[in-house]
Design a protein around this ligand. Structure first.
Ligand code: DPP
Ligand code: ZN
Length: 867
């Protein structure tokens, strides 16, 4: 398990200009024939440089170089490579090999999902299909012939355009696909199955008509409307916002049930986890609808940021992912509520990326080494990477940023490039110096930014001192000052914005800096990092009164929400200290007052109101502490929730009653916003734990009319000890047991409960006939939810949660290493718990580490955690 290093990158010794593939698909095996035109890269290699191709699991049957048949002794075959010691400057190479996709449970390379053949090649899966230079800087023109039984596999797809098809003997048929665009092997795709096709078209800005095809299993035919509408929205948005037009005449999406990731942007043939395609209001929540729109957009936007301009090597992953996440965030923000989108993204970043960046897996946005590339599809590369792009956007402004993007596409279309190329282009387009800014790509860790004020009454002068520090970690012992953009505002005591126009953006480029503002009235309140303008942890000297004021008056919606969050954190912190010293807890009146004011605000958007009244979750709260006291956090949060519920019950009931006015099938922003507010109110009412409140939730459950209401009320019922819980779970099961995506939710709500007996329940659910270790969505919905989002049960003091989890990790690694590596990361932060839990978790890590034949994926995570 040797690491690869960015510093060792060299351009390839050989180019592969074209590759013509043929796949003969049979029930027991697949025969792959590959015909490549190879050309030496004279800048890197000479006549003595061997040709080395990546090759894993492939059973080689036949090799022809030029017109010579090579016998096994005439080529070298290692565990993961194929080698020819002497080759001419230009030659052709044909390799025939055998695969057994039906035994491939890793879901990487060619595999079968519910009877459909499909591929997943990113990052390094193409080498599991055939021998190739499986690296993104080798770009080739691909063609692909597929032959298969016509009854079992009427649909045969690959990248690009269909150029030929016909019948063969023995009831078989064939197709030939050609992709006119050169691409790296990670963008290759093949699908063969018995699927139905939903068709539509899109006319591009230059008037070309593009065929849009979505392929799904027949029973899902009526669940594709939203995905198709989202695809058309994506195509139109990329034209309007970035001037990018689609390039092929056909865009295909296939939904499969078994998929490790969310979706994959293969050129002209996206393969999707069915979770991000299929939706009807009865089966999918409003959040699912939003996620589908976002992921369809994300994969579509990759056509320019990723496919047309691709990566020089995998260390550059954020070049396409950070940029494409930024683009999909903007897409969602432009089409829906910008503030709601920003709040969800920041919450996600704080709950998942900040901890990653403070733990053993911490790495820069551009990592410097990896053992298994799949482990670096991280929150840091994706979400922090998107924040880095967003900061550039903030510094340059929208128009100059667009100018930079145009130049980037102009310079690098058809090429494999680096994050440095991107930054350089932005500098050139904008005429700015981003030399210090580049540190965001190379330095890991979350900066802490401290803000301190002094006000001189006499001179009416406000001084704001801002300082930054990033804690040292295994990547860098000494951290440098980053270039941090701070969107800024000043509010006078009536809430009027009095920001001097030249100070809407403060740029901190040193360890500390002071800004002095003249002629500022007393009681002026600053608003910092508006819209969360940089991915930092901020520490201010704002009082609770000032936070309540910002919550009511800031003209930045994100900061209004964030002020509420800070108030909750402070309150919970006080409650936790109280619990730890056995004092009688009480909730401060200013929190209740601030909430009441927000709930009575007639102008506030309901979706924002829902976000504002929702308390931070237990993982988010834990993040604030050096040593995480899971029990105290759970109790303090519960206590706060119950106290708010008791004080404001009347208001919550009014909101719940108003919910019946909304059509459950309406997917407009207003309807979704209303439902999210009703759910937030229901959650408070559930906290009352009275027989009446249980009755209200149950009534809500049986009369729901859509999945948003149905699953939320079921979640609340599962989290209480109530006579309604069992019957509700049974009714839900009866109604939905034939729909796998809905069944995932049924598993999740039970895995996330904090009532006594939850761990035993989860153990028995592992033996449920509908549970399977072969389906990533199912594993994530039960084991993933338990490990990642249920800290109270996972960290139960006797270590039974850890033991169970480690047992499952060890078994699952033999089936699907990629998913297992994700799961095992829950142990990464064992040092953040008390001595006893720390020891218990460490023991499980050691136990996993010592398993014979552990995958590279899991080995890398576990050895870093222990290291
Ligand atoms: N399919 C994954 C994504 O789109 C990896 N490229 O992010
Ligand atoms: Zn992506």
């Amino acid at each position: 398990h040797e690491p690869k290093y960015l510093k060792d990158y060299r351009p390839p010794a050989y180019w592969i200009d074209t590759i013509d593939l043929q796949f003969d698909l049979y029930e027991k095996e697949v025969i792959v024939t590959s015909f490549m035109k190879i050309q030496r890269n004279n800048e890197q290699a000479g006549e003595h440089t061997p040709l080395v191709l990546n090759c894993q699991d492939a059973d080689i049957l036949h090799v022809v170089a030029g017109d010579m048949v090579l016998l096994p002794g005439e080529y070298e075959r290692g565990e993961d490579y194929f080698k020819l010691n002497r080759v001419p400057e230009q030659f052709t190479l044909e390799i025939k090999n055998r695969l057994t996709p039906q035994n491939n449970t890793s879901l990487e390379g060619l595999y079968k999902s519910s009877g459909t053949f499909c591929t997943q090649c990113e990052a390094e899966g193409f080498r599991k299909i055939t021998c190739f230079s499986d690296r993104p800087d080798v770009m080739s023109r691909f063609s692909c012939i597929i032959t298969a039984d016509e009854n079992k596999y009427p649909v045969l797809l690959s990248n690009g355009n269909l150029v030929k098809k016909g019948k063969l003997e023995n009831n078989r048929h064939y197709v030939k696909w050609e992709d006119p665009f050169k691409k790296p092997s990670y963008l290759f795709a093949l699908v063969a199955g018995d699927l139905v096709c939903i068709k539509d078209t899109f006319t591009t800005c230059s008037g070309r008509e593009i065929d849009l095809h979505i392929y799904v299993e027949a029973e899902n035919k009526d669940k594709c409307g939203h995905a198709m509408a989202s695809l058309k929205q994506s195509m139109a948005w990329d034209e309007q916002r970035f001037g990018r037009e689609y390039d092929l005449d056909l865009y295909q999406i296939v939904a499969v049930n078994d998929f490790n990731m969310g979706a994959m942007e293969n050129k002209g043939l996206n393969v999707f986890n069915s979770k991000y395609v299929l939706a009807r209001p009865e089966t999918a929540t409003d959040q699912d609808f939003m996620n589908i729109q976002g992921v369809i957009g994300h994969e579509y936007f990759h056509n320019w940021t990723g496919n047309r301009v691709t990566l020089q090597n995998w260390f550059q992953l954020s070049l396409k992912e950070g940029l494409t996440v930024f683009r999909d965030q903007e897409f969602t923000a432009d089409l829906n509520s910008r503030a709601v989108k920003r709040i969800s993204d920041v919450k996600n970043l704080r709950t998942l990326q900040f901890p990653e960046d403070a733990g053993p897996m911490s790495h820069p946005v551009r990592p410097e080494s990896y053992i298994e590339m799949n482990n670096f599809y991280t929150m840091t590369v994706y979400e922090k990477g998107a924040e880095v792009i967003r900061m550039i956007h903030e510094i340059l402004g929208r128009e100059i940023f667009r100018k930079g993007m145009d130049l980037y596409f102009h310079r690098f279309d058809g090429r494999a490039v680096t994050t440095e190329d991107f930054i350089q282009t932005m500098e050139d387009a904008a005429g700015v110096d981003l030399s210090r800014f580049r540190l965001w790509y190379s330095q890991s860790g979350t900066p802490r930014v401290t803000v301190r004020r002094t006000y001189n009454e006499k001179r009416r002068q406000l001084t704001i001192k801002i300082a930054q520090t990033t804690p040292p970690d295994h990547n860098q012992q000494q951290k440098k000052a980053l270039h941090i953009p701070i969107k800024f505002g000043l509010l006078d005591k009536n809430g009027k914005d009095i920001t001097p126009p030249e100070h809407h953006l403060l740029e901190l480029k040193s360890l500390e800096k002071e800004w002095v503002f003249d002629d500022i009235p007393s009681e002026t309140v600053p608003s910092l990092f508006r819209g969360f303008s940089a991915p930092v942890i901020m520490d201010t000297d704002l009082t609770c009164e000032e936070l309540s004021f910002l919550m009511a008056h800031d003209n930045d919606a994100f900061n209004r929400w964030d002020a509420a969050q800070q108030l909750y954190f402070r309150e919970i912190d006080t409650l936790i200290s109280g619990l730890q010293s056995h004092a009688t807890p009480t909730v401060s009146s200013h929190v209740i007052n601030a909430l009441e004011k927000a709930l009575k605000d007639p102008h506030m958007d309901r979706a924002l109101m829902a976000k504002t009244i929702t308390l931070p979750d237990e993982n988010e709260i834990g993040e604030k502490y050096e040593i995480i006291d899971v029990d105290a956090i759970h109790s303090a949060r519960q206590f706060l929730r119950q106290s708010i519920a008791k004080e404001l019950e009347g208001l919550f009931m009014e909101i719940i009653d108003s919910g019946s006015a909304v059509d459950p099938k309406d997917l407009s922003h207003n309807a979704m916003a209303h439902r999210s507010l009703v759910n937030a109110a229901l959650s408070y009412v559930a906290a009352l734990e009275s027989p009446q409140s249980q009755e209200i939730i149950y009534q809500h459950f049986i009369s729901s009319g859509n999945m948003t209401r149905e699953i939320f009320s079921l979640t609340l019922l599962c989290d209480m000890t109530s006579p309604f819980t069992g019957p509700a779970l049974e009714q839900f099961y009866e109604k939905w047991h034939t729909d796998p995506l809905v069944m995932d939710k049924w598993f999740s709500v039970q895995a996330g409960a904090t009532v006594p007996g939850t761990l035993d329940k989860i153990k028995s659910l592992c033996r449920h006939p509908d549970f399977t270790w072969k389906n990533p969505n199912r594993i994530r919905s039960l084991i993933g939810v338990f490990g990642m989002t249920n800290p109270f049960v996972f960290h139960q003091a006797d270590g039974a949660g850890y033991q169970f989890f480690a047992d499952k990790v060890i078994d699952l690694d033999k089936i699907n290493p990629q998913i297992t590596a994700r799961m095992v990361s829950v142990f990464n932060r064992y040092k953040r718990y008390d001595a006893r839990r720390r020891e218990l978790m460490k023991n499980q890590l050691k136990r996993i580490h010592d398993v014979r034949g552990l995958s590279r994926d899991v080995y890398e995570i576990v050895s870093r955690a222990l290291g």
